[in-house]
Design a protein around this ligand. Sequence first.
Ligand SMILES: *Cc1c(COP(=O)(O)O)cnc(C)c1O
Length: 219
Amino acid sequence: MEIEARLEDVRQRIARAAEKSGRRPGDVALVAVSKTFDAEAIQPVIDAGQRVFGENRVQEAQGKWPALKEKTPGIELHLIGPLQSNKAADAVALFDVVQSVDREKIARVLAEECEKQARSLRFYVQVNTGLEPQKAGIDPRETLAFVTLCRDELKLPIEGLMCIPPAEENPGPHFALLAKLARECGLKKLSMGMSGDFETAVEFGATSVRVGSAIFGAR
Ligand SMILES: *Cc1c(COP(=O)(O)O)cnc(C)c1O
């Protein structure tokens, strides 16, 4: 299948999953995850109408997105990977949404950089729903306190929660937990679901799914 056909197939599968659970297809945003793919591979997906993209590394994104963004207005770029404080200034300059806020230090630095650069980004708090030691994200039990700190004290506009369930587990309970935590925090957005499980995520209430390999091919 060509890349345009794979994109269309993913869009249709999202729409069907939304309808199946009584939701509108337009309520689920597709974040096309272009990590490891170069500008030449990404351009056809932009040409096919896709505008929201995800990258997991600041430096890699800096190498391709400024030119792609300049060529096509209206691109929305999401950082979906872990962020180090020393890259926060670059991240704020390039990205529109950071989905991986997971500790106080990075939240503070991001808030400072937004102010310094007069940029208004949107943010998600990443939750480590499987409590995996090697994985980024806040402990589910600390989510409400952390979201409250970000919103009230740091004035960081948190709009939702994000998770990456453990690879070997049934993702449903993790998606359900994220949805419950979001309700407790009064947050409406849920970023969950990847190539292998985005339809399940939509059924559990995902408002955006992050899909890479099902669009771009294997990495
Ligand atoms: C790579 C990545 C994705 C996309 O994964 P696929 O399985 O290729 O769809 C989604 N979310 C995050 C955080 C990623 O790093």
